[in-house]
Design a protein around this ligand. Structure first.
Ligand SMILES: *[C@@H]1O[C@H](CO)[C@@H](O)[C@H](O)[C@H]1NC(C)=O
Ligand SMILES: *[C@@H]1O[C@H](CO)[C@@H](O)[C@H](O)[C@H]1NC(C)=O
Ligand SMILES: *[C@@H]1O[C@H](CO)[C@@H](O)[C@H](O)[C@H]1NC(C)=O
Ligand SMILES: *[C@@H]1O[C@H](CO)[C@@H](O)[C@H](O)[C@H]1NC(C)=O
Ligand SMILES: *[C@@H]1O[C@H](CO)[C@@H](O)[C@H](O)[C@H]1NC(C)=O
Length: 215
């Protein structure tokens, strides 16, 4: 009896340890969710193409796709084609977090699937691109590999006050870097053709997209 009791106790303590460390590795620990509704989403897609030819929302999954020879999001823009959701409103200070489950089909390459737009220096704080199944910060360095055809959890923390951005894949911190200075900032997700090495067809899928803020 004593032995059973003891191993039960050890089991309970181990379980508790697991839950505690889970709390620590959950990147949203200490953050509060910011409730989003449709008014927080601005859809960007090739300006001459109806949204439903580049985007769908079914069963809680956003699907974005775009072709390398599509038009930019606005007439006269010299940017590469995109189908993205911009999350409104902009933030300018504090600590913010984007979370989502992402899926990129094999074949999509060169595409930015998530970004923080705005920066004191340049146009963006961070671009996360998929090249041949690997995720890169801009064109280099590699943050994660072998991401095709599977759902993965992505968390992006932007500490504007501390000037830092961190990337988590499946709850593991994979990358941290200085940001590009404060500005009018917002998260975007979808597909955006990076300047070089883009595949003709680019697609990403997203679900459980959430925004959090540290109090
Ligand atoms: C959607 O969110 C906005 C901004 O947070 C809020 O002002 C608005 O009342 C919300 N609309 C609905 C239908 O909940
Ligand atoms: C959505 O869910 C329904 C019911 O489970 C299923 O029949 C359908 O194939 C799903 N559609 C997509 C695009 O996953
Ligand atoms: C992606 O597709 C290519 C071409 O069909 C194939 O060679 C490769 O093994 C695939 N990669 C993965 C990770 O499935
Ligand atoms: C910022 O965006 C503008 C407009 O698309 C572009 O002309 C400019 O080259 C970009 N600047 C940088 C540093 O990428
Ligand atoms: C881009 O394409 C060129 C030419 O195919 C190749 O040499 C280079 O490694 C590619 N870069 C990336 C990041 O895939």
């Amino acid at each position: 009896m004593k032995v059973v009791y003891c191993s039960l106790l050890v089991f309970v303590i181990t379980l508790r340890g697991c839950f505690l460390s889970d709390a620590y590795i959950d990147p949203t620990y200490g953050f509060v969710e910011v409730m989003l509704n449709q008014s927080n989403f601005e859809y960007q897609k090739p300006y001459d193409t109806p949204l439903d030819q580049r985007y769908s929302y079914q069963n809680g999954t956003h699907r974005f796709w775009v072709y390398a020879d599509d038009k930019p999001f606005s007439l006269g823009s010299n940017t590469q084609p995109r189908t993205e959701i911009r999350i409104l409103p902009d933030y300018t200070s504090g600590i913010w977090q984007f979370e989502g489950m992402a899926f990129v089909p094999n074949g999509t390459s060169g595409a930015t699937i998530v970004q923080i737009h705005g920066a004191a220096h340049g146009n963006t704080t961070i671009l996360l691109r998929i090249f041949n199944g690997d995720m890169r910060y801009y064109s280099t360095p590699v943050i994660a590999t072998d991401l095709y055809d599977k759902w993965f959890k992505l968390n992006l923390i932007h500490d504007v006050d501390g000037g830092k951005v961190a990337v988590f894949i499946d709850n593991e911190e994979r990358f941290k870097i200085h940001d590009q200075g404060p500005s009018m900032l917002h998260f975007k997700f979808g597909v955006y053709g990076a300047p070089r090495n883009i595949s003709y067809y680019m697609e990403s899928r997203w679900k459980d997209v959430k925004i959090y803020k540290k109090c």
